[in-house]
Design a protein around this ligand. Structure first.
Ligand code: NAD
Length: 471
């Protein structure tokens, strides 16, 4: 248990699970099977550092549920990683996949390091050794367990995992599908890097579109003009902020671990990123007020608060001071279970992590499909669509007697590229899942998180029942 959590992260997830399970009629044994983490592999292995010294590295991979295979989940590099956290995150992955109808079980991996203390070549050796350890125990493979990026990892680490797996495994045909979030040149898919933030944007947009829900918060429907504070300017936080801004919202506060900045008139995201690159700090951004204590940003007055860093950031200690009307959980587990109850009592609309950050695993699923099918999405149909569209435009313009310029025809007739198809699949997934959750929320007269858990529990229960193990 860390200082910010009232109970351990895993217990928090299970408490949220139990709250939702009470709305279902599944047998106790089945609910227990669904909530428990099936397998956990704890590794300790040596890393020879650049100076010749040896550091023993602690790492874990948890496979929460094999009701569908492969299991899927990111690998996190952070000093706070521990077994409880990895099991909690693996559990969330199972529910997340069920909510967005991605046919995977949940998993998660973590390495207990502060990556800023390691050189690139040390991180490479560590990642390759981790892959070797996972392969040795059958904890990685296209049909077994497929990692992806998470906090502290990126496409670069996924490329090392792929290279190591390919070298050691006897599965040359499908090896590309052993990991997702790879660079595009190595079998990755266009749109994966931004997928989690893009998905979070779609989820927040859907929530804000409901006139009834917004009226209950004293807000107008839509994103236009809504004020936003984002904690964590990494992959997820940056992309969520970027798309919210493009969708009409105003970014007024940004927090990183070294501090936060605030300007009620709005800050320009790209120039903040440039400022941080050149100075090494988010602080002292021209025109914005500095908040030396980064966590104070969570308490700023705003319409939408997006925690996109780590778990337990909103807890019993600061929950009463949160002023946001909507919290979009882009990070995993940013609100503790006790804080969740306090915020719900205050009437805050919480868009839960198990739905909101599912864009990453959704596009990872598309990447996995692409790797197994060995063909880029759009390759077979793009030109065909283009030709069909041209014929339709020509026929309509002839019939209507209007002239359409060649440039207009090109624009109207364009066939879908891979990135268009990925984005369309992601948007469809996030909209459909939100509709399902909102319907469950209304049917059971509960909050969005509990509704999302109810939907996930029901879907996983159906899988177990179909296996014939449970009545
Ligand atoms: P990241 O490493 O790219 O970025 C995290 C950022 O948060 C870093 O810039 C870090 O400096 C900052 N940060 C850390 N502690 C902070 C603090 N106390 N205050 C302010 N900033 C802080 O990680 P990411 O991939 O963006 O992941 C962020 C969260 O989103 C995690 O909870 C992760 O599990 C979740 N998530 C990530 C993905 C994905 O595809 N990457 C998918 C689903 C969920």
């Amino acid at each position: 248990m860390d200082t910010l959590s009232e109970i351990s992260f895993l217990n928090q997830v299970n408490r949220m699970f139990d709250k939702a399970a009470a709305f279902t009629e599944h047998p106790k044994g089945l609910l227990r099977q669904i909530s428990l983490c099936n397998s956990v592999y704890h590794m300790e292995f040596p890393l020879v550092r650049d100076d010749g010294s040896i550091k023993v590295i602690k790492a874990w991979r948890a496979e929460h549920s094999q009701h569908k295979l492969p299991v899927k989940g990111g690998i996190r590099f952070a000093p706070t990683v521990n077994e409880d956290e990895v099991m909690a995150l693996a559990s969330l992955m199972t529910y997340k996949c069920a909510i967005v109808n991605v046919p995977f079980g949940g998993a998660k991996g973590g390495v207990q390091i502060d990556r800023r203390e390691f050189s690139s070549s040390e991180i490479e050796r560590l990642t390759r050794r981790l892959t070797f350890e996972l392969l040795r125990k059958n904890f990685i493979g296209p049909g077994i367990d497929v990692p992806a990026p998470d906090y502290g990892t990126s496409a670069r680490e996924m490329a090392w995992i792929l290279d190591t797996y390919t070298t050691l495994s006897h599965d040359p045909l499908d090896a590309l599908a052993c990991v997702t979030g790879k660079p595009v040149g190595l079998g990755g898919i266009r749109g994966r890097t931004e997928a989690t933030g893009r998905g979070a944007f779609y989820g927040i947009r859907e929530a804000c579109a409901s006139a009834d829900d917004m009226a209950g918060l004293g807000l107008d429907p839509g994103l236009e003009g809504k004020t936003v504070v984002v904690q964590g300017l990494g992959n997820v936080g940056y992309h969520t902020a970027k798309y919210l801004h493009e969708g009409g919202a105003r970014i007024i506060g940004l927090a990183e671990y070294e501090g936060a900045i605030y300007n009620p008139d709005g800050v320009d995201l790209e120039s903040v990123v440039d400022h941080r690159k050149s100075t090494g700090l988010i602080l002292d951004y021209p025109g914005a007020k500095n908040l030396e204590c980064s966590a104070d940003a969570l308490e700023l007055p705003c319409d939408i608060l997006v925690p996109a860093a780590l778990e337990g950031q909103i807890n019993v200690e600061n929950a009463d001071r949160i002023q946001a009307k909507i919290i979009g959980e882009a990070a995993n587990g940013p609100i503790t279970a006790d804080a969740d109850e306090k915020l719900l009592e205050k009437g805050v609309l919480i868009i839960p992590d198990i739905y909101l950050n599912a864009g990453g695993v959704t596009v990872s699923y598309f990447e996995w499909l692409r790797n197994l099918s060995h063909v880029r999405f759009g390759r077979m149909n793009k030109r065909f669509e283009q030709r069909t569209n041209r014929r339709i435009i020509q026929a309509l313009s002839d019939a209507a007697g209007v002239t359409i310029t060649p440039e207009q025809v090109d624009e109207l007739a364009a066939g879908a590229d891979e990135v268009d198809l990925v984005d369309s699949g992601l948007e469809e997934t996030m909209i459909t899942a939100y509709e399902e959750i909102r319907e469950l929320k209304q049917r059971h007269v509960t909050d969005l998180r509990t509704a999302a858990f109810i939907g996930a529990i029901d879907k996983v229960a159906v899988s177990y029942r179909e296996m014939g193990i449970f009545p």
